[in-house]
Design a protein. Structure first.
Length: 307
């Protein structure tokens, strides 16, 4: 603390002498020259603008993290559209994690120096290094890149490579059947795309559905319910080309069963009312007199007969 405060006080004194000499006028020329020389010596010593707050190894770790952050930022920006973040930037992200881990676990050699982690990560309110690291981690998790990579994140998983291979084959098929007419696309070319690329597109769509089903069964968090952004963006591009641009439709193999079940459900109310009408008889009401009433009625008739 004294090594920092003493030069600062000396510099303040020099500036005060410089101002006093300037205010005194030309009569104080020797004092003015002395103040100027003292100020120049202090500024040339690198104080207070370049205080040696970090040890050389800590500065080296900070510089490596800065270079890694710049490389990863550039990679993310270049592969933002079409989205190829997980494919092209996983190496940069893995190296940045290692550089941040080196900072968090590094300690200076000098006994008087502070921990490098404390000096770099938590010595100020902004905590730039921590903020940058959190931003990259959140971006990587939001992209679900772990769902496209192997467990050690050294490369793409086998299922992702298979999907991307089918994706490239689909785009190649689209381009080949369009016969290179990028300006004037006729409906006949669309028909060729739908007919000749139907099998490749169906395989791609089935594989995407299969990967979604597997990922939902094995995932617990909200992010894990989605595939990585590279696969999702590739499938969205292919579906837009297939349905909107080429106006193709993928035939559903379950069309007949769906129609049969739907017809049966719609026909059920008719069957119900018809059966109710056939099994219900409109019976006439028959008045059944009790035996006592019948005997009294017969007695009345006999009396009327003999009267």
């Amino acid at each position: 603390l004294c090594r920092v405060l003493l030069p600062a006080l000396a510099l303040t004194l020099a500036l005060a002498l410089f101002g006093f000499a300037a205010a005194a006028g030309p009569r104080q020329t020797p004092a003015l020259e002395l103040a100027q020389e003292l100020a120049e010596e202090l500024w040339s010593a690198g104080l207070p603008g370049d205080l040696p707050e970090l040890e050389p190894e800590c500065r080296s770790l900070l510089a490596a993290f800065a270079e890694g952050s710049a490389a990863l930022t550039g990679c993310l920006g270049r592969r933002a559209r079409p989205v190829r973040l997980c494919q092209g930037c996983h190496g940069h992200y893995r190296r940045l994690l290692a550089q941040y881990g080196s900072i968090a676990s590094a300690v200076g050699n000098s006994s008087e120096s502070h921990n490098c982690a404390k000096s770099i990560l938590t010595s100020d309110r902004l905590q730039i290094v921590v903020t940058l690291s959190e931003f990259f981690n959140e971006t990587w998790e939001a992209a679900n890149c772990a769902n496209c990579l192997k467990n050690n994140s050294e490369g793409l998983s086998n299922s992702t490579e298979e999907f991307l291979d089918l994706f490239n084959k689909s785009l190649t098929c689209f381009e080949h059947n369009l016969q290179g007419q990028a300006i004037d696309l006729s409906p006949s070319n669309y028909t060729e795309v739908c007919k000749n690329c139907n099998e490749t597109y169906k395989k791609l769509n089935d594989l995407y559905t299969h990967l979604q089903r597997i990922n939902r069964q094995g995932g617990e968090s909200a992010h894990s319910a989605h595939l990585c952004i590279d696969v999702e963006d590739a499938m969205n591009i292919t579906r837009k080309l297939w349905s909107r641009t080429f106006n193709c439709s993928l035939p559903c193999s379950d069309t007949v069963p769906v129609i049969a079940v739907s017809s049966f459900i719609l026909f059920l109310p008719i069957v119900f009312y018809l059966s109710s009408f056939l099994h219900s008889k409109q019976k006439k009401r028959i008045l059944i007199l009790p035996k006592r009433i019948q005997s009294n009625a017969n007695l009345v008739n006999i009396q009327e007969k003999y009267s």
